[in-house]
Ligand binder design. Sequence first.
Ligand code: ZN
Length: 454
Amino acid sequence: MRACWRSLSLRVLWGVLLAWWLPGEASAQQSAEPSRVAVRAARLFDGKNAKLLTDAVVLVEANRIKAVGSKLTIPEGTQVIDLGDVTLLPGLIDVHSHLLLSDDIAQGQNSMELIVSRMSTAERALLGAKLGREVLEVGFTTVRDVGNSGVNGDVALREAIKKGWVVGPRISACTRALAPQGGQFGHLQPAAQGLIEQEYVTITGADEARRAVRQAVYDGADCIKVIGDNGHNVLSEEELKVIVEEAHRMKRPVAVHTTKDESIRAAVAAGVDSIEHGYSMPEDVLAPMARKRIFLVPTCGSVEMCEDLDAMPGDEATKRMRRETCRNAIKRGQAQARRAVAAGVRVAAGSDSYTELPGKTRGDTTLSYLIAYEELGLSAVDVLRAATSSAAELLRVQDRVGSLEAGKLADVIAVKGDPLKNLSALRQVRFVMKDGKVVLGPVEEAGQVTTPAH
Ligand SMILES: [Zn+2]
């Protein structure tokens, strides 16, 4: 009893001390941090206009952009980060990431069910923290994570990043994908089928579809990911319509993975927000997609990326065959996406990157998918819009990110060179600011630099 009283009184004393000390500590920190930062550079792409701004200045106050302009007057007392001969851009957005999924290609390619059966959701969230940092450091300040995150591991990672426990991109989390029987796995024995419910919510009928959307929202979803077809089953138009109705009522966009004519037709008829992959693209869906402003998120990449498969085990003949199969698959995917682009279908940038390649970070791989978009008949500026303002619109966050404008969150990156002339400039990232905080750079070769105290 006495010990109990003593520990209680100590706790009270500690509480009083903390209450006295903490406000002072917080205000001391605030006054030490610069309240205003001006980021200056030779050029600026605002996420929308094809014409670059020269002698650009982005004025940042706390975590928001206060003003953007050419030769802007910088108020006294503002900390200046002069980056010199670089191009400023809004933080990039990947609308199709899998930060909690990883297939190490050097070990040979594994099936999805094998990958997800080997790691707990907790381990995968920690892996996501590593990969999230890698994509942030090449300039992706926002990602939409579209499933295969275990049971809501993406929400855990999103919250950890928000709280500052780990450094990573802003995450729009979809939680478990809604799928027909079987998820995206091959045939599993009944004893192993628990794995399906770990990664997917199975839908059989309209009532379950509505329930699954509500469950996702309850679980913390910012978006609803749907597997339209899976090699065993195809969701019906009726089920997709209910998903869209319920998700839109909750202001969540619906992303549908489709690889078949039947599933893309049903998804477009249901009025979803984006078609992921679109490996099958019948002529009759193109005009409705353009009319309904449904985004296509192509994830085919470039034929050059097939060289990366050489890191997998195998003799020379096997490697040659593998490269050839890969190139043919990519060419087929590109041909489909090119038809959609030519028909006026809008594109939002997504990588679907989930493989680890020797010598490359997840950030490097994600950038490769983005740069490959030019091969689909998009101009460089349209590729950049696909990864900034258009992506933000798809994610319904255009009031906060996706462009460099007054009032938006201060997600600003800088790359060497001019990405509108050569998209590969994106590989030369020199500066990353997310939410007003500098994550990367400035580098020494820039002009006058004052590093903010973050
Ligand atoms: Zn995917």
